[in-house]
Write a protein that binds this ligand. Sequence first.
Ligand SMILES: C[S@@+](CC[C@H](N)C(=O)[O-])C[C@H]1O[C@@H](n2cnc3c(N)ncnc32)[C@H](O)[C@@H]1O
Length: 259
Amino acid sequence: MDHRPHYRTWIRSTRLAVFAALSIACLAGSALAPLSLWFLLFLVPFAVSGYIATILALTIHRFAPRGGDLQRRIHDLIVTRAGPATSGTALDVGCGSGSLVVKLARATPDNTVTGVDSWGRDWAYSKKLCEDNARLEGVSARTTFLKQSGAALEFADGSFDTVVSCLTFHEIGDLERKSDGMVEALRVLRPGGRYVFLDLFGDPAFYPSADHVRETIRGAGASIVEFDNLAGSLPLPFPLRHPKVLGHAMLIVGTKTGP
Ligand SMILES: C[S@@+](CC[C@H](N)C(=O)[O-])C[C@H]1O[C@@H](n2cnc3c(N)ncnc32)[C@H](O)[C@@H]1O
């Protein structure tokens, strides 16, 4: 039996395996050039897939403890921004491996923290992994993990004192607009409660504009205290500041003002 928690990085290892295998296959194809120079065309997909595989491998390294521990430091930043509001009840939308839930629970001695996730096949995360991690970290009595979609949370309005979410809203598939995930998360935050959202808010593939994000939050009855690029709060080493990695990541912090 393993006695260490496992949090795993945000990069799906199958993606790295696919691009690494593709680049090896293309390189092997180009080695057939003595038979026909046409085989040299394999060098084009080799260059593309090799570049992607290199970025993915370096990203995994940077997120992991030996490469700078950026994933843990990003979660620490969210807990710091949640501040004194970590007491009471807290919710993490898209809790993955339970890492942020555990950190929130360990930040104060008497809070209770709930993590929800759809736990699909894309990541090696599961409810059991979260529960094992919480037990190994000594916080299982104050943590709960539930399979729920961030698109339609099964909680009453204003159920939580704090709501956080990290790199999840853009992943929620069954939404008309990605920003609707924020609206749903803010719905279950009590008036006066604090939220901390980190997502790819600067990526036009997911959110039309920063103004759209601001208006959505205000429309959901919340104030904005902080709205900044992640790199403004935490220096991001290469390749994490790449636009396809965390270059578009933004941190938004505020308080629910309305009902
Ligand atoms: C990049 S991971 C981030 C995980 C976690 N927030 C963290 O910081 O370690 C994205 C997470 O979003 C979750 N997710 C995707 N669609 C979801 C949905 N509809 N509802 C809740 N979670 C979802 C995935 O299962 C995955 O755990």
